[in-house]
Design a protein around this ligand. Structure first.
Ligand code: NPQ
Ligand code: MG
Length: 368
């Protein structure tokens, strides 16, 4: 594959409503898109980094900087480039997995579009639609929360995830159970807001039959998660801590992860995400596909990944309308609580030109 150039494009997308987590409140998504142009096709990669380094150390400006300063020049100098060569080519540069993932995804998309093959086919998808959950932010009152959850259940979402933090944990879970019953698939996500000293408080969630508690402790605290797992009955799921197939294997071995949230951006791309799926499947550890408020471009690839056989729990692969009034692509719409896996070449979706133009705040063309 011969690269002609790469475009870095910034788009700004207002959210349908503010999204509050234990690390802050977001009202708009500031996204970096990578467009790879080859002689045969174009490919898109969406960088999932946030504006500020709050979910993880990565942030949008840093991703753009490392791409233009290091990653793209290295790719340009790589002979016999294909998507499987991107990870090894970029390995000398530490970290920056979200930036690397966006670049690898764009190269993979270009390659698959040129070959007329889909992401689903390439990754090993076995389903043509995937069951969907929804992530529900921290609210200013239980009433507001119950209204939001009721709305999502009415839309057909098959699983509810409540964002929690100290002071907003047992009460919202109890309220949702009391209002909507014990049959609702329910889980919580703390985004690292607790310490192992909070084990007794977190054990108060035990009676509510949650599917899992996601990343209760600091991303580096693997042993803390293993210790916590012995003190509570809710299964511990890791998100921020899992940055590679290797860290996934270690966390499983240490008893820190009964379930794994797979986010391709966090782990450096869809190829490493599939390796995590494979490692977890070999250990009997269920995985599910996380979400980073992606546009239709990132969402399309996530839905393809979520159709792999080991993705046995509903993901945060929500419909476009959960986050955006107007998505960059044809919107992903929930049908019977599921999203259809795209079947077209590459991502199987394209940005709508006028929508993309209107959302764009900056573009930068790097000729190669
Ligand atoms: C999680 N996502 O699982 C993340 C956290 C998260 C769907 O809960 C802007 C960009 C805002 C990325 C807020 C979900 C975000 C973001 C939360 C990611 O931990
Ligand atoms: Mg999470």
């Amino acid at each position: 594959m011969k690269l002609e150039g790469i475009e870095l494009r910034r788009v700004s997308m207002p959210l349908v409503s503010p999204f509050r987590t234990s690390f802050g409140t977001e009202t708009a998504r500031d996204i970096l898109l990578v467009r790879v142009v080859t002689g045969a096709a174009e490919g898109w990669g969406e960088c999932v980094a946030m504006t500020d380094p709050r979910y993880s150390s990565e942030y949008t400006e840093a991703a753009a900087d490392v791409l233009r300063r290091y990653l793209i020049p290295r790719l340009a100098a790589t002979p016999r480039l294909d998507a499987y060569a991107v990870g090894p080519a970029l390995a000398p540069f530490r970290g920056h997995r979200m930036a690397k993932a966006a670049l690898e995804t764009a190269v993979l998309d270009a390659e698959l579009r040129a070959q007329g093959r889909s992401f689903a086919r390439e990754l090993g998808a076995v389903h043509d639609r995937v069951p969907c959950g929804v992530s529900v932010g921290i609210m200013s009152s239980l009433r507001e929360l119950l209204d939001a959850v009721g709305g999502y259940l009415a839309e057909g979402y098959l699983r509810i995830k409540l964002k929690i933090e100290p002071g907003w944990d047992v009460a919202p879970v109890r309220a949702v159970r009391e209002r909507f019953g014990d049959d609702v698939l329910l889980q919580v996500d703390a985004n690292a807001a607790y310490t192992v000293a909070d084990a007794r408080q977190l054990a108060r969630l035990d009676p509510f039959g949650l599917l899992l508690i996601e990343q209760p402790l600091d991303e580096e605290d693997i042993l803390g998660h293993a210790e916590l797992a012995r003190l509570i009955t809710t299964p511990v799921c890791l998100d921020e801590s899992i940055t590679s197939a290797r860290t996934a294997a270690a966390a499983i071995r240490l008893g820190a992860a009964a379930i794994v949230n797979v986010k391709p951006g966090r782990v450096g791309g869809y190829l490493e995400a599939r390796r995590i799926h494979d490692v977890c499947a070999a250990h009997g550890v269920p995985v599910w596909c996380g979400g980073m408020l992606e546009t239709g471009l990132g969402r399309a690839a996530n839905v393809a990944l979520a159709a792999l056989p080991g993705f046995t729990l509903p993901g945060d692969t929500s419909a476009s309308g959960r986050y955006f009034h107007t998505d960059l692509t044809e919107p992903f719409v929930l049908r019977d609580g599921h999203l259809a896996v795209p079947t077209g070449p590459g991502l199987g979706v394209e940005p709508v030109p006028e929508i993309l133009r209107a959302a764009t705040t900056a573009t930068e063309w790097i000729a190669l």
